[in-house]
Design a protein around this ligand. Structure first.
Ligand SMILES: Cc1cc2nc3c(=O)[nH]c(=O)nc-3n(C[C@H](O)[C@H](O)[C@H](O)COP(=O)(O)OP(=O)(O)OC[C@H]3O[C@@H](n4cnc5c(N)ncnc54)[C@H](O)[C@@H]3O)c2cc1C
Length: 521
């Protein structure tokens, strides 16, 4: 019980496995000399027979600090992972299906820390969109501009950003960095058995060619098979299919129309008959996919909608013949994530759907907490596990509510899918309560009940007001004007004009990075 925790074994070499390995190894000095009193050894084992899922191409801004902490050069990352900049999401046809759109940008509303601009914007809601009124980034999106300049140092920005990346290249890039620079041991072998100790902890795993591999802590990154937490321990899966219906995806890689076509720096999310299509632009191609509910549309019909979407990009005959990959998933998560000496991170812990790219962010948060709260020995592990489970259960609930918000505000009635998913009867009570409150007061800092919430109240504002939600405060609380708010609105307009005239196009910046690299910090 008092023996120091020395050996971490990660099973799985997708984004979850390598991000966890990198985050933990970068923070804790790795020393392979087993006689060292302080050295922590991180071993990652991945199967040669099961490829990583290879989707998951949109990240949050948190990925910048994750990569930076791992000691990764942003230039190397951008070039090797075919990555570009992501400044948020653009939602089309989610509200009324009348060619409308709105933005959820990564920049907070101007002056957000001490002034809530939402009530002051309400009287002008028909004249200017909420995002345009309070931040610069929706206009950067409309003009296809990058969030920084070639002279801006690595990881710094003019407008907050995450990335669009090639998921397969990302896993290989992380593997190279973790093994070469961070001392992570890499084993390619298939795990065939999980071996418990007398206490019920995992003592070791057995692999086909490397025999038994023992450890003090096991991180299950085995994807949807959830080999350790799900299969070995039988921790129940909590389905969310009754709230968020999507359980299937069709994914395809599409070439740009021309080699110099603009690279969108927002994930374009376009609502369809029974789900939505993501469109993620990388420097060399676009990743496009339709995520939908198999209870509401057949695969064939979904495929037709996807082919219709890509036809204007690549022409009818190429769109007809391109190979499309089908992925099925169950929206939901495990009842708990840390059990005994085993933690599930990534798809093995759960997955709701691709909307708002929450999965990689959750992996980063999980690995960060494991690393920062790493128990010194087995005696304190259950205390940390309890905290971890409470925190992450709250986060999963948060994700479900936030994703459901995108659907429940829709006015679409053109298919059973939209009529049913927007029905408030399917809405969790927690979200129902908030929606009631937001009718008379806009979201703000009090909406965050925990530290390090997944989504700031600003994100709720962008979705609510983008989807036409009306906050109508009682007469005595109406705020039609304030000098401070007026100043913030005009400062934002001025700042927007300035950025529109100074920032390069997204592709122009990527080309310059290929040529010169970004300045190191
Ligand atoms: C359609 C779709 C779109 C998505 N889009 C996004 C997005 O835009 N943004 C985002 O953040 N997330 C997205 N995600 C989620 C994202 O893809 C995953 O969270 C991420 O890729 C992490 O996957 P993973 O590493 O958990 O699992 P996987 O990539 O499936 O890796 C599993 C690993 O476990 C190994 N393994 C399995 N069994 C064994 C065994 N017996 N022995 C040894 N090794 C084993 C495999 O070899 C593999 O290396 C999306 C998911 C889907 C389904």
């Amino acid at each position: 019980m008092h023996k120091p925790l020395k050996k971490i074994v990660i099973v799985g070499g997708g984004s979850a496995g390598w991000l966890s390995a990198g985050i933990i190894a970068a923070e804790h000095a790795i020393d392979h000399a087993t006689d060292s009193a302080t050295g922590l050894e991180v071993t990652l084992i991945e199967s040669p027979d099961i490829a990583p899922i290879g989707v998951g191409e949109g990240t949050w801004p948190s990925m910048r600090s994750t990569l930076k902490k791992m000691g990764i050069s942003e230039t190397d990352f951008l070039l090797e992972c075919d990555a570009s900049f992501k400044q948020g999401s653009k939602f089309s046809n989610w509200h009324t299906n009348t060619n409308e759109h709105y933005y959820h940008p990564y920049t907070l509303p101007h002056g957000f820390n001490d002034t809530n601009l939402a009530p002051f914007w309400q009287p002008f809601r028909d004249k200017i969109s909420f995002a345009d009124a309070v931040c610069t980034q929706s206009q950067l999106g409309e003009h296809g501009l990058a969030p920084k300049q070639i002279s801006t140092a690595e990881y710094d920005f003019n407008a907050n950003y995450g990335y669009h990346l090639d998921a397969s290249k990302f896993a290989i890039f992380l593997q190279k960095h973790c093994t070469k620079n961070l001392g992570v041991k890499h084993i390619i072998d298939h795990v065939t058995q999980v071996n418990p100790s007398e206490t019920g902890d995992i003592a070791s795993i057995t692999s086909k060619n490397h025999g038994e591999i023992s450890g003090d802590l096991f991180i299950d990154c085995t994807g949807t098979s959830s080999l350790l937490l799900g299969k070995h321990y039988g921790i129940p899966f909590v389905s969310k299919k009754h709230i968020l219906f999507n359980d299937s995806a069709l994914a395809v890689h599409v070439p740009h129309q021309r080699p110099d076509s603009p690279i969108a720096s927002f994930t374009c999310s376009t609502a369809q008959t029974a789900g939505w299509i993501w469109d993620i632009a990388l420097p060399s191609r676009r990743g496009v996919g339709y995520t939908y509910s198999s209870s509401h549309i057949t695969d064939d019909k979904a495929e037709k909608e996807l082919r219709d979407y890509i036809t204007p990009i690549m022409g009818a005959s190429a769109a007809e013949s391109i190979n499309i990959r089908k992925i099925s998933f169950s929206p939901g998560h495990r009842e708990k994530f840390w059990h005994k000496n085993c933690i599930a991170v990534g798809l093995s812990a759960g997955f709701i759907e691709p909307l708002e790219a929450t999965a990689l962010a959750l992996i980063e948060l999980s690995a960060k907490m494991i690393s920062e709260q790493l128990p010194a020995n087995r005696q304190t592990m259950d205390i940390v596990a309890k905290r971890f489970n409470t925190k992450f259960l709250h986060r999963w609930q948060n994700i479900v509510d936030f994703l459901k918000l995108h659907y429940v505000l829709s006015q679409r009635t053109d298919s059973d899918y939209w009529r049913e998913i927007s029905d408030h009867k399917q809405c969790p009570d927690t979200l129902q309560e908030q929606l009631l409150l937001w009718k008379t007061q806009p979201p703000y800092h009090y909406d965050a009940t925990h530290t390090e919430e997944m989504f700031p109240s600003a994100s709720y504002q962008y979705i609510l007001y983008g989807m036409g939600f009306v906050t109508d405060p009682p007469l005595e609380k109406r705020l039609d004007s304030s000098k401070k708010a007026d100043n913030l609105f005009s400062e934002n307009l001025k700042h927007t004009k300035h950025l529109l005239s100074t920032l390069p196009k997204n592709r122009e910046l990527i080309n310059k990075i290929k040529q010169y690299g970004l300045p190191k910090i």
